[in-house]
Design a protein around this ligand. Sequence first.
Ligand code: GDP
Length: 298
Amino acid sequence: IPLPHGTCSCHCCAVRLYFFFPLPCRNAAETRALYERYKPTHVIHLAALVGGLFKNIKYNLDFWRRNVHINDNVLHTAYEFGVQKVVSCLSTCIFPDKTTYPIDETMIHNGPPHSSNFGYSYAKRMIDVQNRGYFEQHGCRFTAVIPTNVFGPHDNYNIEDGHVLPGLIHKVYLAKKNGTALTVWGTGKPRRQFIYSLDLARLFLWVLREYDEVEPIILSVGEEDEVSIREAAESVAEAMDFKRELIFDVTKSDGQFKKTASNGKLRRHLPDFKFTPFKQAVKETCDWFCANYAIARK
Ligand code: GDP
């Protein structure tokens, strides 16, 4: 199912831009039919099987197989249709588990990923391998971005399978309704850099229009903006005016302790880009979820 399509919003160029959802791209013939129907010149490739830590732990094989199929369908069909540019989406969770910090774009293939999400990580790393291959063999401008932990309106708020912020927002909503405490999974000590989906969308369009390299670029707030899971939970509680106790369930996995990424390359290109302050973005997201509870994906 292609999402909003049409010409790019700057109105000065005739970019035909399409977003793809995962389902059609799992099948080569359906993917081809999409390209035939819309004839995109530029593609932002967001199609993937994704999930939070706990879904990854359960389905590593599925994450590997489905993402490899999707990526090969989207990229190879783009090549066959002469698409001018593809921007694919990786993630900072694909970097080596044992590494030095901050992580940067040169380190993707330097060692095994964290065992909790090896299927997703290796599948996503192969996008970078494919991009290099399409450039060297065919001169294609296919690149990739590496966002940190994304959150915002329209996210997947499923508690078991979703990422930490939407999961916590949903849990606080229920805890308020039921008059119970909030259970945060793990110790609350791991650290994450969160990026607001609306900021990420603006950066995606910049990459599509201006960024000319095949090598990926990390899209992240600064290292100084990294927060602990406890701080993230407290921000959600504050935004939703939740006053009860926070309980840390240490029987649940912490996952990777941190994956602190450098946004040095982004800052060299875009020194003045303004990220939405974390607390403001959390508040907007919580307000969206409460106002749209009936229709939110959960
Ligand atoms: P990750 O950033 O790729 O590891 O994935 P997540 O967005 O799922 O974040 C996982 C981190 O948040 C781990 O340290 C979890 O222990 C912690 N966490 C705390 N509460 C929750 C929750 O309700 N859902 C999820 N997904 N993670 C939680």
